[in-house]
Design a protein around this ligand. Structure first.
Ligand SMILES: Cc1cc2nc3c(=O)[nH]c(=O)nc-3n(C[C@H](O)[C@H](O)[C@H](O)COP(=O)(O)OP(=O)(O)OC[C@H]3O[C@@H](n4cnc5c(N)ncnc54)[C@H](O)[C@@H]3O)c2cc1C
Ligand code: SF4
Length: 328
């Protein structure tokens, strides 16, 4: 680990000022400490944001749920209203990491955890994301955990977080504070970026920006929702493929609204509008779930090591729909 100066930020302005000098923020530290130890990140300064007033889960007038960026994953998972109204989010948190990690890790930090791509984490290898222009070790290398959707020869790294996948299914937004003090909400779906020209730029955050909060709108509670995660071991592991499904059905049992997203398979949390389309206006049954799930991998660009994710993703989506509909 390279030596660095450490300071607890007194307020958001001080945190932003430090970041503009090149400091990295630290919250729960569960990813940042690994990145420092592995020398993937080598900042001269660390700005601890844990003292900022970004905790708490509150119900806003109208019924939206607002979660502070520093809320720990376990605290959110245990929140009664979140569990009852937005099950997909609680289930995604339940399936994230281990209890010990969930008690340390924050919601804001989870949205920003870096990829688990082996080459990104090994500074002796080429990686466009870590060292722009150096090449992509994973493209022709070990790519079992890499993305089948949203990538190119430049980068096929998976964005590995469970939480944002579920948040897309409930139309969540993320509140950002820019270095000049201005604040604005960004839809969760638009927060992460594709690794087109610049794999090193992963989100819409600009230098000095802070995540302040996440908001789940009240209308999303009208949908029933469910998260299915496929991984190497049930105790804890990042997703090989996951599916977040949220459906609103009418009195006649037909699907009136559908939000479906996938994780573990794409370079950003991946919405599946073509799968949603199949379900709209239909009554859920096994044939309809299979037909919808078959479309989950449209546009995929598998590599030899990760082509197994094609049937795995389709199966995860199908299972999530069937379980949500009480058909499995
Ligand atoms: C053993 C293990 C298993 C895991 N399994 C899973 C899993 O199954 N699913 C999953 O989703 N995750 C998993 N994780 C990852 C874990 O969830 C993340 O490391 C964690 O959520 C990051 O949160 P943190 O508060 O610790 O962030 P930190 O490590 O403190 O920071 C992460 C990044 O976020 C930035 N940051 C933090 N807060 C803010 C803020 N408010 N504004 C702007 N930037 C900020 C930091 O600068 C840093 O770049 C696992 C981790 C471990 C160690
Ligand atoms: S997939 Fe992305 S993160 Fe992995 S080696 Fe290639 S450029 Fe780096």
């Amino acid at each position: 680990m390279q030596p660095f100066a450490y300071a607890a930020a007194a307020d958001a302005a001080a945190a932003s000022a430090a970041a503009l000098r090149g400091a990295e923020y630290i919250a729960g530290g569960t990813d940042m400490l690994q990145l420092l130890q592995e020398r993937v990140r080598r900042p001269e300064e660390i700005a601890d944001v844990n003292g900022l007033p970004l905790g708490g889960i509150t119900e806003e007038p109208g019924g939206a749920l607002r979660l502070g960026a520093l809320v720990r994953l376990q605290e959110a998972a245990d929140h009664a209203a979140l569990r009852q109204r937005f099950a997909v989010v609680a289930e995604a948190l339940d399936a994230t990491a281990s209890p010990m990690v969930r008690h340390m890790a924050t919601l804001g930090g989870n949205l920003l955890q870096r990829t688990r791509c082996l080459y990104f984490r090994d500074v002796t290898t080429p990686c466009n994301k870590r060292e722009p222009g150096s090449g992509c070790g994973a493209w022709d290398g070990e790519n079992r955990h890499n993305a089948i959707l949203g990538g190119s020869e430049r980068c096929i790294a998976v964005q590995p977080s469970d939480l944002p996948v579920a948040l897309i299914a409930v139309d969540a937004e993320v509140l950002l504070r820019h270095a000049d003090g201005a604040e604005h909400w960004v839809p969760m779906e638009d927060f992460h970026l594709l690794p087109t020209e610049h794999p090193e730029i992963e989100t819409v955050l600009r230098p000095g920006d802070l995540i302040l909060a996440i908001r789940i709108p009240a209308h999303a509670a009208l949908r029933r929702s469910h998260y299915v995660k496929v991984r190497d071991r049930a105790s804890f592991a990042w997703a090989l493929a996951s599916a977040a499904v949220a459906l609103r059905t009418g009195d006649d049992g037909r699907v009136e609204e559908a939000r479906i997203a996938a994780g573990g398979v794409a370079t950003k949390p991946w919405r599946l509008p073509q799968v949603e389309q199949v379900l709209l206006g239909r009554r859920l049954d096994a044939a309809c779930a299979a037909e919808a799930a078959a479309r989950a991998t449209e546009g995929a660009l598998p590599r030899p090591g990760n082509a197994y994710k094609l049937p795995m993703l389709r199966a995860a989506v199908e299972r999530a729909i069937l379980e949500l509909g009480g058909l499995a």
